[in-house]
Ligand binder design. Structure first.
Ligand code: NAD
Length: 487
């Protein structure tokens, strides 16, 4: 569908996210003609910049991200800057005046996207002012786009939600989970619901377990201060990992409309088996990296990290669904920093066939069928099958059918942020997280966080650069499974 004209008002315009992701994404949308019906951007932040400094900043950030620079000067001429103090009404009055001017100048129809690329502590204040000072009072749409983290537990998320709901309806709130903007995460639905081959098997009669891995090679870098208040559970599991789980587990929606998909995701979250303080350790394990080879620091030695920190840099867990489709099928998730490689992928392991007529050399068991969805850095699908081994009557050999997004495709594939900004402009909230999903995933995660707060962990328990603590392997071994390799 057409992208309507709109004014984007960006809070946190001098920040890291805006520079690395938002400006390059807007430029790509512009180059593809998606902003042709009219657009303008007002950047605000504390710094006393003017339009010229801001435009140079935007230009530089675009040029750092792409070799193509056509129409860059035309592009940046749509950018305006206002210094801003989030709690000062006068700031908003000035903002309103500029917004109204640009509305007229570019014929934007009063459509506004308020993008908060700032720390969540400011969201409530900004939302209040946007309403009180009349910025939301236009003919067109007024949508609020906000970044994670959405709270640090259920009560804080509820409080944050109440604050922004004073000024915005749920339908106008776009909570970003950038994993939902990734091409192959969006492909989960297509793989499931567009293939006669998979959906009939997508249940506990044919699937033995599902494994989702998201590993990073980096440590906390200079974000130690933030990470100390978060940890892998809140930073990765509550949002990205559980979102992927819900897309894999949900029932087929009646249509691909945002409401219909959301309804099924919420039902999936509701059928997750809740944990209790007593059962947490049977389902979830945590890890923290210690020093590794080549002088890699342990987490406790990193900048702004407590030398006795109890913060987890690794989590593995088992999520069970108590419903007809999934009863008995574990969904294993693991995520960690300072792993041997950077990769996000999903492995769907099918059950063994009822009787094995073939054997493999050296009497190995036949491998189960696997469907592997590669999310990043590779994008694609691999199906592991067994075929006859050439020249041998009774032996099989594993074969892999692979589809990979080719280099050209990857280059043309919109980046997650590009897709999400485009969706928010078009009013498609499919790939954003609804409040009900946020609330349900926090209530699931809060119990784990509480159990772990009460009990000091034996950290560090894996060396930097390795694939996590032993307890993570044991979690699967006790169910008779093992992690498929990360690579
Ligand atoms: P940042 O610290 O680089 O930028 C913060 C911005 O907010 C700056 O422009 C700063 O001027 C502005 N700001 C801060 N206090 C202000 C005040 N009192 N009045 C006016 N402006 C003020 O942060 P960031 O990395 O760009 O992240 C922004 C948000 O996005 C955060 O909520 C973060 O959690 C989230 N996020 C960031 C990334 C990322 O890659 N950087 C990824 C996911 C989510």
């Amino acid at each position: 569908s057409e992208t309507p004209s709109a004014l984007t008002i960006l809070f946190g315009a001098t920040g890291d996210l805006a520079k690395r992701k938002l400006y390059p994404s807007l430029y790509r949308l512009y180059r593809k003609g998606h902003l042709s019906s009219g657009f303008a951007v007002i950047g605000t932040a504390r710094r006393e910049w003017d339009n010229d400094i801001f435009r140079e900043h935007v230009k530089k950030s675009v040029m750092e991200s792409t070799a193509v620079q056509e129409q860059i000067d035309e592009f940046i001429s749509h950018f305006y800057y206002l210094p801003h103090d989030v709690s000062d009404s006068d700031s908003y009055v000035a903002l309103r005046t500029l917004a109204n001017d640009l509305d007229n100048k570019y014929a934007l129809g009063g459509n506004r996207l308020f993008y908060l690329a700032m720390a969540p502590e400011f969201f409530g204040t900004i939302a209040d002012h946007l309403k009180e000072d009349g910025l939301t009072d236009t003919e067109g749409f007024g949508r609020l786009v906000i970044e994670k983290p959405f709270g640090h537990d259920l009560p804080s998320a509820q409080e944050l939600n109440e604050q922004i709901r004073r000024s915005f309806d749920e339908k106008d709130i776009y909570r970003i989970d950038h994993y939902l903007g990734k091409e192959m995460v969006q492909n989960i639905e297509a793989i499931r619901f567009a293939n006669a081959l998979f959906e009939p098997l997508w249940n506990n009669r044919y699937i033995s377990n599902i494994q989702i891995t998201s590993s990073e090679t980096l440590g906390v870098e200079e974000r130690g201060g933030y990470y100390e208040t978060s940890g892998a559970l809140k930073d990765m599991v509550q949002n990205h990992m559980l979102q992927m789980v819900s897309l894999l587990a949900m029932e087929p929606p009646i249509s691909l409309q945002d409401d219909d998909i959301r309804r099924e995701k919420v039902r999936a979250f509701r059928s997750m088996r809740p944990l209790t303080l007593e059962t947490v350790n049977d389902y979830f394990v945590r890890g923290q990296y210690g020093p590794g080879e080549d002088g890699m620091l342990g987490y406790r030695e990193e900048l702004n990290v407590n030398p006795e920190s109890n913060t987890e840099t690794y989590v593995a867990g088992k999520v069970m669904f108590d419903n007809f489709r999934w009863a008995g099928v574990p969904f294993y998730i693991r995520t960690g920093k300072r792993m041997p490689l950077k990769s996000t992928k999903i492995v769907v392991q099918f059950k063994d066939i009822p009787m094995n007529l073939y054997y493999r050399p050296d009497d190995q068991e036949m491998e189960p069928n696997l469907l592997v969805i590669h999310i990043q850095p590779e994008e694609g699908i691999t199906l592991h099958l067994n075929a006859k081994r050439a020249g041998h009557q009774l032996q099989t050999t594993p074969v892999k059918l692979s589809y990979a997004n080719s280099g050209v495709d990857v280059m043309n594939t919109p980046e997650a942020y590009e897709k999400l900004i485009h969706d928010a402009m078009r009013g498609d909230s499919t790939n954003f997280t609804h409040w009900d999903e946020v609330a349900l995933s926090w209530s699931f995660v809060d119990v784990i966080a509480e159990a772990w707060r009460n009990e000091k962990a034996a950290f560090p328990n894996y060396p930097a650069g390795t694939k996590g603590p032993k307890a993570s392997d044991e979690l699967l071994e006790k169910d008779g499974f093992f992690w498929w390799p990360m690579n």
